[in-house]
Design a protein around this ligand. Structure first.
Ligand SMILES: NC(=O)C1=CN([C@@H]2O[C@H](COP(=O)(O)OP(=O)(O)OC[C@H]3O[C@@H](n4cnc5c(N)ncnc54)[C@H](O)[C@@H]3O)[C@@H](O)[C@H]2O)[C@@H](O)CC1
Ligand SMILES: Nc1ncnc2c1ncn2[C@@H]1O[C@H](COP(=O)(O)OP(=O)(O)O)[C@@H](O)[C@H]1O
Ligand SMILES: [K+]
Length: 487
């Protein structure tokens, strides 16, 4: 068993692949082995989370997830703990494995109750796992509400009940703020839904136990969890030309800040030279707080050979420059208003596709609403399956797509499984942090990183800066994020 951190890369498997792996493992092992291993692992983690617990409440559901809970209860009782089990359903309908574990819990002297204990030091959610098919209701919903409203830690078994393990969509209580420590112990495979959309809030800290079955995980991963990128050392004899030029195009009237943020981020991410082409004709000729940025009139910038970051604060004015940007930029990041312009213009879409066909790298950085506009969908439709939405955009336009939000998804147009980023937090939910990300990706492209790697690395670093933000420092702003340090 080990804790999943943002430093480690890992393969993710959807429910269908997990079922195949489970079948392969179960058929090679003596009956009941997997559930015994799962229950023992759950009991061990429960003891580590609440070593002095007097009462551990274990809520068990009607399938094998409930079986894991019965098994954990038996193991805890054997170790001198006092688990109280509530069981949601009719014993006669339990699958065979779960029935055997129920018997083992009874034999161990576990207390069974019809209602949750009045106080408990840890709650274990063993109601629904990967077999969840509809929103929890009745006693199940009441028990979930009860455990999540309590100040005691909640340990979810395999998957937080009601969370779609493939998509990270939660059947109910989508905006519920965690009242306490949350952890999820997931078995056999890591599931994508634990790491994106509502998954991160629902799961809390993710622990993984392969139940000794990694040899059976001979499946193609559905997605991958990004790990820490390799630091690319700089050679002594390098010079500013070695790290490439970035041109930011944006900053229409009243929105110069967005382009300056992207420029600042590119600079601090290590680009050799950064030009900021502003669309506002009345913009100041220099940013005295960042004199390294070379400010230009966007229309006068020569883009040949450049890595271009286009759209930050671009307003409607960015539209007229897009045909030149799409045909000239050596590498390109399209953000914000550039994406909105492309979403409503088939000729720009055709140009974008042509770039991909010509082998010119492009990264799109939509948030869910921008992605929805590009796909002709709704924000809800995009969020309902973020992996699929990112993949659809990447293959439709022949680009790398960075679908932003909690658990940013990075997909490319080829066969590679998409990546889910594991850094970042809600400190980033403040205006301008997307402009900063676009600038960081631009810098990585200017350093000649392949587009998919550039996007994965920059997204990871962007979230990492937010994760390392000191709790006692001033709140993160986009400007300080770009400079990578609190003011
Ligand atoms: N079979 C085994 O040996 C193993 C099973 N494992 C556990 O088994 C789980 C999968 O087991 P199952 O396939 O039985 O699936 P679940 O235990 O997730 O639940 C399936 C059952 O819940 C019902 N159900 C679904 N949604 C419901 C709702 N909203 N309200 C009420 N009932 C609902 C279904 O009709 C079905 O009876 C995994 O998540 C994992 O916890 C793992 O421990 C690995 C080993
Ligand atoms: N709750 C969150 N958890 C993780 N990342 C977040 C969260 N909220 C925002 N972000 C990140 O912050 C950035 C916001 O970008 P965007 O929505 O384009 O904002 P803006 O247009 O104001 O710059 C994205 O990289 C997004 O992934
Ligand atoms: K569960």
């Amino acid at each position: 068993m080990h804790r999943i951190t943002s430093a480690s890369a890992a393969d993710l498997f959807d429910i269908a692949a997990t079922r195949r792996i489970e079948q392969a493992a179960a058929s090679a092992l003596p009956p009941h082995t997997l559930m015994q291993r799962a229950g023992l692992a759950a009991a061990r983690l429960a003891m580590a989370l609440a070593p002095h617990a007097r009462t551990i409440w274990i809520a068990c559901g009607p399938g094998n997830n409930g079986g894991d809970g019965f098994e954990a209860a038996a193991q805890l009782r054997h170790r001198g703990f006092f688990p109280v089990v509530t069981f949601v359903d009719d014993e006669g309908r339990l699958p065979a494995d779960a029935k055997a574990s129920l018997q083992r819990a009874r034999d161990a002297g576990v207390t069974f109750a019809s209602a949750p204990p009045s106080s408990f030091e840890l709650a274990m959610d063993a109601l629904l796992g990967i077999g969840s098919t509809r929103p929890p209701s009745g006693a199940m919903a009441e028990w979930l509400a009860r455990m999540h409203a309590s100040a005691s830690p909640v340990l979810s078994i395999d998957v937080p009940s009601g969370l779609d393990a493939d998509t990270g969509m939660r059947a109910s209580n989508p905006n519920q703020a965690p009242a306490s420590v949350r952890a999820t112990l997931t078995f056999l495979t890591l599931k994508p839904g634990l790491f994106t959309a509502q998954g991160r809030d629902a799961a809390g800290t993710v622990w993984f136990d392969d139940l000794g079955c990694s040899a059976f995980a001979q499946e193609r991963p559905t997605a991958r969890l990004a790990g820490a990128p390799d630091i690319q050392p700089r050679t002594h004899a390098s010079h500013k030309g070695s790290y490439g030029d970035v041109a930011v195009i944006g900053g229409a009237s009243g929105m110069a800040g967005a382009a300056l943020l992207a420029g600042s981020a590119a600079l601090h991410a290590g680009a050799g030279r950064v030009f900021v082409g502003l669309l506002d004709p009345r913009a100041a000729p220099v940013d005295t707080s960042q004199p390294e940025l070379m400010l230009r009139d966007a229309h006068a910038l020569d883009l040949a050979g450049m890595t271009v970051v286009c759209g930050c604060g671009g307003g409607d004015a960015v539209r007229e420059l897009l045909p030149r940007v799409l045909s000239t930029a050596a590498a390109l990041v399209l953000d914000a208003d550039a994406l909105n312009a492309i979403a409503v213009d088939p000729s720009l879409q055709a140009q974008l596709v042509a770039r991909g066909q010509a082998g010119a790298p492009t990264v799109l950085t939509p948030h869910p609403l921008e992605a929805a506009r590009l796909l002709g969908d709704t924000t809800g439709g995009v969020q309902a399956n973020r992996l699929a939405a990112a993949r659809a955009l990447a293959s439709r336009f022949g680009v790398v797509t960075v679908l932003k939000g909690s658990g940013t998804v990075i997909a490319d147009a080829g066969d590679e499984p998409p990546v889910i980023n594991s850094t970042g937090n809600a400190r980033l939910a403040t205006a301008g942090t997307g402009d900063v990300l676009a600038g960081m990706i631009g810098a990585a492209l200017a350093m000649r990183r392949p587009a998919f790697e550039a996007a994965c690395e920059a997204v990871w670093q962007h979230g990492r800066i937010a994760d390392l933000w000191p709790a006692d420092a001033a709140p993160l702003t986009a400007g300080s994020l770009a400079r990578r340090a609190p003011d």
